[in-house]
Write a protein of this length. Sequence first.
Lengths: 548, 489
Amino acid sequence: MPNVEVSKKDLQKLIGRKLDAKQLEEAIEFAKGEIELTEGDKIVIDEKDTNRPDLLSAEGIAREIRGRIGIEKGIPKYKIKKSDVSVIVDKNVAKIRPYIAAAVVKNVKISEEMLVQMINSQEKICGTFGRRRKEAAIGIYDWNKLKQPMHYRAYDPKAKKFIPLEYQIEMDLEEILLEHPKGKEFKHLLEGFSKYPIFEDLIGTVASMPPIINSQITGKVAMDTKEFLVEVTGYKQEIVNTTLNVIVSAMAERGFAVYSVKIKYPDKTIVTPDFSPKKINVAIEDFKKISGLELSTKQITVLLQKARYDVKINGKKLECKYPSYRPDILHPVDVIEDAIISYGYNKIKPLPLKLATVGEELSEEKLKRAVEEICIGIGLQGILTFTMSSKAKQAAMIGLDEKKEQFVEIANPVSENYVVFRKRIYPELLEFLAKNKHASFPQKIFEAGKVTELKKASETGVSEKNKICIVLSGKGAEFTVIKGVLDAVADNLGEKYSLKENTEPALENGKSSAVDIAGRNGFFGEVKKSVLQKFGLEQQTVVLEIEI
Amino acid sequence: MDLKQKVKSLSSIESKALKALYSEKLKKMDEIAKKSGLPIDSIRRAIEWLKEKNLAEIVEEKQEQIVLTAIGKSSLRKALPERLFVEALQALEGKGSLEQVYKKSQLNRPEFNVAMGLAKRNAWISIQGGKETILEFTGLEKDFIEGNYPLEKTMKKIKEALELNKEEKKALQEALKRGLAEKTVNVEKKARLTADGKKAIEMLGTVKQRAYNVHGAVPKILVGKKQAYEQFLEKARAKLVAMGFKEMKSPMITQEFYNFDALFQPQGHPARQWTDTYQLKHPKTGKLPGKKFVEQVKAAHENGWKTESKGWEYKWSEEIAKKVMPAAHGTAHSARQMLNGVESPGKYFAIARCYRPDVVDASHLIEFNQLEGIIVGNELNFRHLLGMLKEFAIKFGNATEVKFFPDYYPFTEPSVQLSAKHPVLDWIELGGAGIFRPELTLPLNVKETVLAWGIGIDRLAMLTLGIKDIRKLFSQDLTWLRNARQVVE
């Protein structure tokens, strides 16, 4: 959920109406935002909809609010002036990063608030909708420093040099990928290509290396910049167009003048930005079916106009046109939600749900609880530990070979304490005891929970089982006692068990055994002194662990 | 109160005092204390209580007593003036002038005069007048020098409160006269059993008595119990079963297909990236369900299939869907349940262990639980969803009021966030919900409307258990767990 930071004054100005704190909070809810923090003039909004890049700026949020609170209705109208600016796309980018869209913006009046919104929203749009620059990378340039036509083409890594943003020295393209922080962060997007894309002007002045970095000289917008060139690259024309529309329409919201650019591909020419609305048909009856609200067609129309749709009735359907900056509308349900939001969630009367169904818990939960009840009857304290663990605990410390032991293992661990999924519970409980040496003895604990093992034949390649683990520690924690516990568990489950030779290396030979209770395997016995030492335990300790 | 009642009401020290009194013969307090083994103060208190209950009688005995005065005590400790006088004359070899003896004795003048008078009366010395007064032993002083002096013996006996013989009684008169001893009156409390008390002793063995020192600490009993958070989850499970929900399987490890693809989450989505979800080194892949489901899900992603949707318009990869991962949310299990078949009407839930790579702190765990579920049926709409959420808010959050906010989940439309007014904590975010998108339900062959919901169960557990640090849900503190109160609701 991206956070959008705005200036309260700027937002009020963009909305065009002064709202008090409560009104503003409610208005922001219409834009699927929640105020996280208010600090003086600063408001931090948690924008929940990661599919609405148009709501990642103060301009976009204000535009949405203006519709919902009735200041404007329908699709916002922006004028696009024609220009003779063109971008010439070389065929050698076709396999690397084929599509581009661009616009020129004039009459720019930069304010600090505007600059902050532009930079932050650009980053957030690339991060979410742009799929971390993969689907959309944005560049904004000082248009007065460039000479048209612009060229979008690929160069050999050593064949081009420029000063990347925030640097003082010229670097070639390979150096940028290897040394510049943004190069390192995004070089995977150009992996496997022998040439890298460059966006440059008529005389070869570099504007940027998409999707990595802008030029320090032309690709840095400052307080005195008068005209912008905006450009978006990616893999799909529709996505780069939508992204450009989001950025440029936000600028138009501040009254800047938008000029079109011709994109000349080897085989065709298109003109961007294209603000023509998109269209979707929604069956009128579906509004009622999904919302449960008795609404007339007229009412639905008003609700959608508030959500900035233009609506036309076409028989049993509504022909809904929506702004070109919205990529999130895939299905009629998306339009229906917009109507319900305009209606107001808290104005809806909830209906009681009357369905005659019979509840039931999983059978393994029933068995687990039966075993837990036996443990409680014995007087044991229940414990809950994590199912993720370390290799040391699950192998080396209990006498197993860390290298040979096979685990369900994490590829991207955050901490070495949580690298594998546990196969056994008792190492976790021994660690628990080690943290509680100051508590009164005897310490008698249990945990019923899941363990995993690799199992090729299973659907996920993993077998998951419930186990009960009991650990007793202190004076008198001896073999006979833990065998008594085993008897109590087996008797109370009405099962017989058979004993086999112990194979659990952490348990003392001759004072331990493997056990089979009606096909459920386990082991019990006294824990070796050497193992206790590894966990930092001094008191005698016995363990019982069986599948349930 | 009859006698039996009285015996019943006796405290531990009262019973012991009663037994120590034993007979109707008067006994001193220290005697009783010694016999009962209780401190004297406790006995005094107990006897008073017994008197109130008419089981004992207290008699105050006045007794004349002779004790040493302060001068008497100090004289006994150092020496009597007469002895200092005799010792001084001894030092002068039995003869010397009055002034010589006076100086040697280091007595003051009145003491010296008394001492000389006594020595004269006892005929230990002779006094010869003249220019100088000369004092000289007579030979009768020997007995005294050897320590045979009745006054001294008497004073020692007084100090030790021993009985005096006839000769010593005479010496006592002198001691009193000289202010070395004095007479005092001592009041001593003695106690004896009353007739009822005597009967009460006989009943002590047969009548059950009240608990002893009721305020005293007793040894702690550690009861066997479930871990606090598990108790809470069990209550939640019981509530859902009572509401007609069936529990779904919730494996820890799942295919991405269920965690993402079947939920219409596009494969390039940032939420599917390395930094947002755990990925596995072993094993890497699992099996996909039947071909029909895979084809339908693929088509929904690529072009919307028959759902009226545009789809996400990209090339869907089976290889990505096959990958296995630790479940990142409980909704994965709803997808699996729908694919395996759901009843209509039907209600399902899962308490799912979920995993996300995060830095563990007071509000984040890498392993946590989610309570999620679905409701399947015809004729279900958004108002039913709100109705169900309201019911949840009351059942799980003790809510007095609810509010709904627009929200976003990739798998539901419309989506809603539930806030509840808690009687103590004011407004809290309780969970999220929505109606599953057709792009999700139809490819899984579910034609009915499916309402989906999730409750922030970990947060609720923290509120119920009164803890501020989420790590405490998996507490590693045995003492805290032993002391945690039982979860009732």
